[in-house]
Design a binder for this molecule. Structure first.
Ligand code: GLP
Length: 241
């Protein structure tokens, strides 16, 4: 694991944008795994800037998002479909047909999970996977468990995740309690991984991810076994190291 500590959120976002944009320049047809949540918003802003400055183009880039709530209309304002559209896709030259997000409207979530896994496989897997981390150590929506889920699957969201993500929904009743998430195996097969964490609330879990026992109780701890992972932390997230 390469761990890089920077001063603040802005510097974390800028450095992550440099890494991703250089990978796009090296391989314009790169397959990027994208993340949602508050952490990557600044990075997406930086990528939009680089696109507007004509430093990079997304015209041939393929993207696969990590997860989507289930069940949820893709047009729901708190869906990750809308998140990606608002925070990145509508600002750059990406082809929407080249973007992929699990379908929260699918009739059968198990079939949808299988379809999504096969779609990633069909393009030869992810070249660069972007990750955030939940305060309970989840990556994507792979919650703490007794075992590592290998492939894309339907998840029962944990209490901790429901509590921390409730702010994105008008009321708790309208918040889905499940999600479709790529698996830990899918993530680990990515050629490169870039994980970002910011803020004091992440410091304890970041320490456990990097130095703790590798265990499905802390899903992100498996990343210790990946051979090309870069972790960028701001000062607060890295204060436990
Ligand atoms: C969300 C997403 C994850 C994200 C994590 C942290 O629920 N499913 O992909 O990394 O939780 O979110 P945040 O960046 O808002 O702290």
């Amino acid at each position: 694991m390469r761990v890089i500590q920077v001063e603040n959120y802005e510097k974390m976002s800028k450095l992550a944008a440099k890494i991703i944009s250089s990978q796009i320049i090296l391989n314009p047809k790169i397959k990027i795994g994208l993340a949602t949540g508050s952490t990557p918003v600044g990075l997406y802003e930086e990528l939009i800037k680089l696109y507007k400055e004509k430093e990079i183009s997304f015209s041939e880039v393929l993207t696969f998002n990590l997860d989507e709530y289930y069940p949820l209309k893709n047009s729901h304002k708190s869906s990750y479909h809308v998140f990606m559209e608002e925070n990145l896709f509508k600002h750059v030259d990406i082809k929407i047909s080249n973007t992929h997000i699990p379908n929260g409207e699918a009739e059968n979530p198990f079939e949808e999970a299988l379809r999504y896994e096969k779609a990633i496989e069909a393009v030869g897997g992810i070249d660069l996977q972007l990750l955030g981390i939940g305060i309970n150590g989840h990556i994507g929506f792979n919650e703490p468990s007794d075992y590592f889920e290998k492939e894309t699957h339907l998840v029962d969201l944990s209490k901790a995740t429901l509590n921390s993500n409730a702010k994105y929904f008008d009321d708790r009743e309208s918040m889905p309690t499940k999600a479709i998430s790529v698996g830990i195996g899918t993530i680990m097969k990515s050629k490169k991984i870039l994980l970002l964490a910011s803020g004091t609330s992440k410091s304890e879990i970041v320490e456990r991810m990097i130095y703790g026992k590798v265990s499905p109780k802390v899903p992100a701890s498996i990343l210790q076994f990946h051979n090309d992972i870069t972790v960028i932390l701001d000062k607060e997230a890295g204060k436990g190291l």
